[in-house]
Ligand binder design. Structure first.
Ligand code: 2OP
Length: 306
């Protein structure tokens, strides 16, 4: 059980995540911070009204002051501009990096033992900014992107194959963007995908997975996905809070794993009470290795341009 979870950014993802945390009673206090103080306040009041139905004895506070991250065990950063139709996640790099930097300076000063989960896009780059700004161990800076991409592939496979969603073991990682790696390691309860689906059809589902976020953005016209991102973040929070040692996917700083260094990108990880407790290296095909290496090159180029 966490004492204090702070969510910075009370927009679509932040408020949906807070609701899930209340429903699952994962902490004693939720602090919602948003530069629009009234938005945070209104959301906190509304969430308080759901406590009775869930029997959730936790408190909710709202603030427009980033300093109120103080003493958090966990800080989730969702603050930043979302994509508009036609925009790539990378188009947000300049504006959102300055926001993430401001938040992380406060975390460094006032919540120095916190675990940080980054949701703000472009996810992999913002995770790198959070890591370098806080100076925290890489275990404690986690980017939520690949768990969502994996969940999206699992959903599409489950629908197409008419197989229970819990039987799908998706392996989707790499960049949270066009250079996503939908790995052939994905299985249906340990059985290879080729037993269930033709290559051509699998390739179609892979492309749909990569385009899923943009498809939602273009249909919404304003804002981006909320339920999928919030649920995938909850999965990570539960793995930390319950020390699950769960194999999932998240952006982590790599220090030689997969032959890459100095970049944050999605990889299979074990998540427990201390955050990213292990990075799992799986064998990649030559083509997959190239996708991951190319993704890292582009990410590094973007980081250097800041
Ligand atoms: C998505 O893929 C918002 O990046 C997020 O929907």
């Amino acid at each position: 059980m966490f004492n204090k979870i702070t969510i910075v950014g009370a927009g679509n993802v932040g408020s949906t995540l807070a609701f899930l945390i209340v429903a699952n009673k994962l902490c004693k206090k939720i602090m919602l911070i948003d530069v629009e103080g009234d938005l945070a306040k209104a959301t906190a009041l509304d969430l308080e009204d759901s406590r009775f139905s869930f029997g959730a004895n936790l408190s909710l506070e709202a603030s427009s002051n980033l300093g109120d991250v103080a003493s958090s065990d966990l800080v989730v950063i969702t603050a930043g501009r979302p994509r508009s139709p036609g925009m790539s996640r990378e188009d947000l790099v300049k504006i959102n990096s300055s926001i993430v930097q401001k938040v992380c300076s406060q975390i460094k000063a006032k919540a120095k033992d916190a675990i940080v989960i980054v949701i703000t896009n472009p996810l992999d780059i913002m995770t790198y900014i959070a890591l370098t700004t806080t100076g925290f161990s890489r275990k404690r800076v986690i980017g939520m992107g690949s768990s969502l991409d994996s969940a999206r592939f699992a959903n599409l496979l489950s629908k197409k194959l008419r197989v229970a969603i819990e039987n799908i073991n998706p392996f989707v990682f790499g960049a949270h963007g066009k250079n996503m790696l939908v790995s052939s390691t994905s299985t249906i309860r340990g059985l290879g995908l080729e037993k269930f689906i033709k290559d051509r059809e699998a390739a179609r589902l892979k492309s749909q997975t990569i385009a899923r976020g943009a498809r939602i953005v273009s249909l919404l016209k304003k804002g981006s996905a909320r339920f999928g991102p919030a649920a995938s973040c909850l999965e990570i929070i539960e793995a930390i809070g319950l020390d699950k040692k769960k194999l999932t996917f998240a952006a982590s700083y790599l220090n030689g794993e997969y032959g890459l260094k100095g970049v944050c990108v999605g990889v299979p990880v074990i998540i427990g009470a201390r955050g990213i407790e292990r990075i799992i290296e799986i064998t990649l095909s030559k083509r997959e290795k190239k996708v991951l290496t190319d993704a890292a090159k582009i990410l590094r180029k973007n980081i250097n341009s800041l």
